[in-house]
Design a protein around this ligand. Structure first.
Ligand code: 5GP
Length: 181
């Protein structure tokens, strides 16, 4: 059951937005789509840390095709607004050449992070590259970006929980909460 009460993360109040069970139900559907699309292939899932750790964990449990997982980390976001400045991509494996890569991201806001990730990954000549994002804020996109699997299109409000943080806290919340008005 989703809590009806607000949660406090540091100095901000958040209200319940999407409950854990709804997230899992949607992830099950995404997993089924991926299983169908990648039948006969061995994709490499590349979750983007830190935010995608819970999404990746639940998505991978739905994957039935043989697969691999290789995490990367970028640093670009501070507080409740995007700096849009992707600093570094850590952990990128060079052996993605010729592989079917699926980037797994928690949320696409301006799209700048994903654009930069795609540009960098393409330089390594994967056989194909797809993007799975649990949340997308369509009104917030600043660049056109490839997104193949979308969990939820959401309005342009800051959210926390299920892996997503506010200044490093709130990632552990099983449900997703939205910044209170
Ligand atoms: P973009 O480059 O698309 O603007 O931002 C992508 C990154 O910004 C995400 O991976 C995530 O870390 C962060 N981000 C964007 N919107 C939100 C949000 O509503 N809540 C949280 N916690 N992080 C967000």
């Amino acid at each position: 059951m989703i809590s009806t009460s607000t949660v406090q993360v540091r100095d901000l109040s958040f209200v319940p937005f999407i409950e854990h069970s709804s997230i899992l139900a949607r992830i099950k559907e995404l997993g089924a789509e991926i299983n169908q699309k990648y039948a006969g292939l061995t994709p490499v899932f590349v979750p983007v840390l830190n935010g995608a750790f819970m999404f990746a964990s639940d998505l991978l449990k739905e994957v039935t095709v043989p697969s691999e997982v290789s995490f990367v980390k970028v640093s670009s976001y501070f507080g409740a607004t995007s700096s849009g400045d992707v600093k570094e991509i850590l952990g990128l494996q060079s052996d993605i050449k010729g592989r079917h890569v699926i980037l797994v991201e928690d949320i696409i806001d301006t799209g700048l992070t994903m654009s930069k990730l795609l540009e960098t990954f393409r330089q390594h000549e994967p056989a194909s590259i797809a993007v799975a994002a649990l949340f997308v804020k369509p009104e917030s996109l600043k660049v056109e970006v490839q997104i193949d699997y979308i969990g939820f299109n959401i309005e342009n409000k800051f959210i926390v929980g299920y892996g997503l943080d506010y200044n490093s806290q709130g990632r552990n919340l099983p449900d997703v909460y939205q910044l209170a008005d």
